[in-house]
Design a protein around this ligand. Structure first.
Ligand code: ZN
Length: 188
């Protein structure tokens, strides 16, 4: 009896971990248009089938639906081949991991959950948190934007909303002292 409970708990924990692993928005290339599409799969089915034989990936939503609802889900093998690399959160985390904030030059290690997220500064000066963008638009936006950390995003957003309430403080004597002097050109 105890063994049965232990096995049941182990299976439940494994299932939940697999479910969390497989759930989430994804970016696939639509085989019909060869353009990015946002999609999700049935994470419970993928987790359940993983435990029995091998995971089965069935698309449950797509940015091309409902117009193309009932398509042959020819994108599903992409998820099967790259379950991690097609996840939006992994794509975004990898991108921020390779970029520093354009304002403060700090590395960006957190991409944010439901709280404040880092942003993307586009070529036209548009500033948007990455999580408000549609998954299918992300590849293009990531390719043409620079990174802005969550802290600088908040400051810059405030500055843009209330330009009259932001003043650039003159440097204090301490800050002035901290400015690195150019190397001496003197010859000794
Ligand atoms: Zn910053």
């Amino acid at each position: 009896m105890t063994t049965a409970i232990v096995v049941l708990v182990a299976f439940t924990v494994l299932f939940l971990r697999l479910y969390v692993h497989y759930r989430g928005k994804r970016i696939v290339t639509c085989p019909e248009t060869h353009a990015p599409a946002g999609a999700t799969i049935n994470a419970a089915l993928a987790a359940g089938t993983w435990m029995v034989t091998q995971p089965r990936f069935v698309v449950t939503s797509c940015s091309r639906w409902p117009e193309r609802a009932g398509c042959d889900q020819a994108c599903a093998p992409q998820v099967e081949a790259s379950p991690d690399e097609t996840l939006v959160r992994n794509i975004v985390a990898k991108w921020y991991g390779e970029h520093r904030c354009i304002y403060c030059a700090q590395p960006i290690r957190e991409i944010g959950g439901s709280a404040v997220a880092p942003a993307l500064l586009g070529p036209e000066g548009e500033l948007r948190e990455w999580n408000v963008l549609a998954p299918e638009d992300l590849p293009q936006v990531l390719a043409t934007s620079v990174a802005v950390c969550a802290r600088c995003e908040l400051a810059e957003d405030f500055r843009r909303r209330f330009p009259n309430r932001v003043t650039d403080r003159p440097m204090t004597s301490v800050q002035r002292h901290l400015v690195v002097e150019p190397p001496s050109q003197a010859v000794y």
